[in-house]
Ligand binder design. Sequence first.
Ligand code: 26Q
Length: 757
Amino acid sequence: MELRELLAQITEERFHLTPEKCGNRQLYTALLALTQHLTEKRPAPAVARKLYYFSAEFLMGKLLDNNLLALGIHGQVKELLAKMGKDLSEVEDAEPEPSLGNGGLGRLAACFLDSIAALGLQGDGVGLNYHYGLFHQKFEGNKQVETPDPWMEDDSWLIPTGTVFTVPFGGFELKAVLRDIAIPSAYCDRANRLHLFDVEEPAQPPESGIDFDKTDIAHQITSFLYPDDSDEEGRLLRVYQQYFMVSAGAQLILKELEERGFAPDELAGHAVVQINDTHPSMVIPELIRLLMEKGLSMDEAIGQVERTCAYTNHTILAEALEKWPLAFIEKVAPQLTPIIKELDKRARKVSGNPAVAILDEDGLVHMAHMDIHYGYSVNGVAALHTEILKKAELKAFYALYPEKFNNKTNGVTLRRWLEACNPELTALIDGCIGADWRQQPEKLEGLLAYGNDGQVLGRLLAVKQAAKVRFCGQLEAAQGIALDPQSVFDVQIKRLHEYKRQQMNALYVIDKYLEIKAGQTPERPVTVIFGAKAAPAYVMAKHIIHLILCLQRLIENDPQVRPWLRVAMVENYNVTWAERLIPAADISEQISLASKEASGTGNMKLMANGAVTLGTLDGANVEIAELVGPENIFTFGAHSDRVIRLYDAKGGERYRALDYYHTPKVERLVDFLLSPELLAVGDPLALAALWRDIKGKDWFMALLDLEEYIAVKDQAVRQYAGREAWARKMLVNIAKAGYFSSDRTIRQYNEDIWHLS
Ligand code: 26Q
């Protein structure tokens, strides 16, 4: 049936209306049904070994646009609607965004599902169906306020499956109900699945705020993504969540293994479990337990599992490495404790070094240690990150199992992060080099041939300008802030964390503010744009948001500064805002303290859209710098080896914030936090707490790199004025972004770790 007829049939059945008579919301649900109908017919790819990608987060973003593209009907649907006087992008606005993730790790999982499907590999995601995704962020009184995000609707991408597993907890059981989201492949007529588990009887929505009864496990276990872990009950609930996810997921694996005609002792030949950070690590003892229930001996069960599971590490921040009290696990899943103790005993036989034990003397279970001993692969997510894991963080493990360690530099799906979010740039690229880069992303390098083509460079600038104008309209509609699209768009979008150093960017804003006040204007007007959510219990991160919002307010009210410098913080930054903002960015801020950002993935998305990176040599920035060359990136700051030395208690050169504070320039910038101008718009206690922290502690060394950062950023703004030379930098960045396609990353996972076909 033709698309037009199919759509008409659906709107008739559902609303007794022709598509022409439908509103955007009705058209959205009709297109959702149409997409589901077309996807349903697609079989899963079938090969010998099947991948299960276990992750506590899948930050999918809206699905309609993506799925229309994957099904190859995006253009047709857009045209069809246009003929009816409808605008597809307005229809897409009606879709709620499923925000089932916090940031990089969850979005990476979503990019991976897209690439696994695109490459025709057999691989499904396994996670939880949170009823409330990441909180919705509002700004009130220059502060972040959190409200719940109920994203589920009657018409949604979730497909009921009828599959239910029983998860045994200490003292009670829960049914895990499975719903799926289909992941259609962009290039073959197949679809994979994201499996999301939920309880049978979820709790009623909270009356207000984001608080809920954390002891009502039976109803609340899937309510919230990562509930606040600042109190004991929250942490315990997180362990309940994790066990619920992995037990149901492990049961699904064994059920499918049996359905495919294989015996439990053939698991490793037919399934691979990729453990996305340590949140799903209990899948290891759970699979061992279930295999033993099916008659395998402990030795056999462990033998299968250690050839099935592989672990990805996403962080070297000690506070993010999960260690759970064995007492928690004893309460949540007592059947796992004898297995974990046995795994610890065996690991202690492999090495007498207590640093690599699973259970420590405080009764804590080191989840990553369990993954490394009982998984066959350990990977970091960028070259530098993997090197730091091998040389420092996981040194003792690397000595023990060098063959397990490998690097898989992250990537992003260029289907969402270029084709879908930036059709104008995509058309320009296609016009130059054709369409082959979609399946062979390294072919983007063909663009390098246009480095001296004034016409192409001019069109590149025009595409960027149009994206900036479009973004200005969207921001004004949402927040009433009218920006100047002629200014340099300097963009820092990522979760708010001290190590990512948004505070250092705020100090740059203060520097420019003071200069302009003193009559010294920049080469070009600059707009510093932020998008960031702070974890509700992360006090210092909230103080930094407060500072940024105060600076925004101060400058908005200052007619002398406003024409030259603006600050704009996007409210409720999420995947949808990222898709609007990334095409509009001129400068990509990647300024984490070297050694702290495992990889970063926003850096890759921004680069692919022609933003030039201003960054430290951290995470994947190092690889970006190597690829584009020094003329096409602005780097600054202490290198990771020096930073690691500065943290070393034994080292001679320990970092002391005060040493860097006491320079005439830095002191003035930091002390501006307590200036009458800022105190007039801000909360004195919050500003003072931040001032004290930066001056006296500055754990992530913003003051160490501050002066060089400001100098290099000034240089970038000056160079922006040379439009053609800047356009060439943009072109080189786009041309080299092919390496950061997640299709490349997934090919490498498959070749080195998964061996699916
Ligand atoms: C840990 C313990 C207890 C509770 C929560 C957590 C927790 C929750 C979320 C720990 C880590 C996370 C998320 C980590 C994350 O997003 N890491 C990012 O992963 C990206 C994909 O690999 C990288 O690009 C980023 O550099 C990295 O920060």
